[in-house]
Unconditional design. Structure first.
Length: 146
């Protein structure tokens, strides 16, 4: 595909000549009245029967649009796609359920002491704890001051 893709010619780089197989190019052609018109051009092999010919942009893109509108997926194809989406949906749903369970378990671990602080950052210095939640530790501290 061309690095200088232009929105004015969306089919450039995607349409092949039926004679030689080379890609069509596109440009604006100046008419006798000085107006510019968009065209797709055959610039492939010089011995190709289509070499040097052009197709108006509206004609080529209109034919492509007609072709796209005529395409219909088979019932079997639609059924397979539905099953694929259903499988993906179930897999994602199950993953979310498992993540929710894991997060709930983690939250239970974090708050098992009732103060919301994770064990990793819990300190043994009782000044940072809620005294009402740790009466046994307060008794130990009161009986064994540092």
């Amino acid at each position: 595909m061309r690095p200088d893709v232009n929105v004015a010619f969306p089919m450039r780089g995607f349409v092949n000549c039926d004679g030689c197989g080379n890609l069509l190019t596109a440009n604006w052609s100046k008419g006798s009245k000085g107006t510019n018109s968009p065209y797709y051009l055959f610039r492939g092999a010089q011995d190709c029967e289509n070499y040097g010919k052009s197709i108006p942009q509206a004609k080529l893109e209109g034919a492509f649009e007609t072709l796209l509108r005529s395409l219909q997926p088979s019932a079997n194809f639609v059924s397979v796609i539905k099953e694929m989406f259903k499988d993906i949906w179930e897999r994602e749903h199950n993953t979310l359920v498992e993540r929710r369970k894991a997060m709930a378990a983690e939250l239970g671990q974090v708050d098992k002491h009732g103060d919301g602080a994770p064990d990793e950052i819990r300190t043994h210095d009782l000044r940072f704890r809620k005294p009402a939640l740790y009466p046994a530790e307060l008794r130990v501290l009161h009986n064994n001051p540092k």
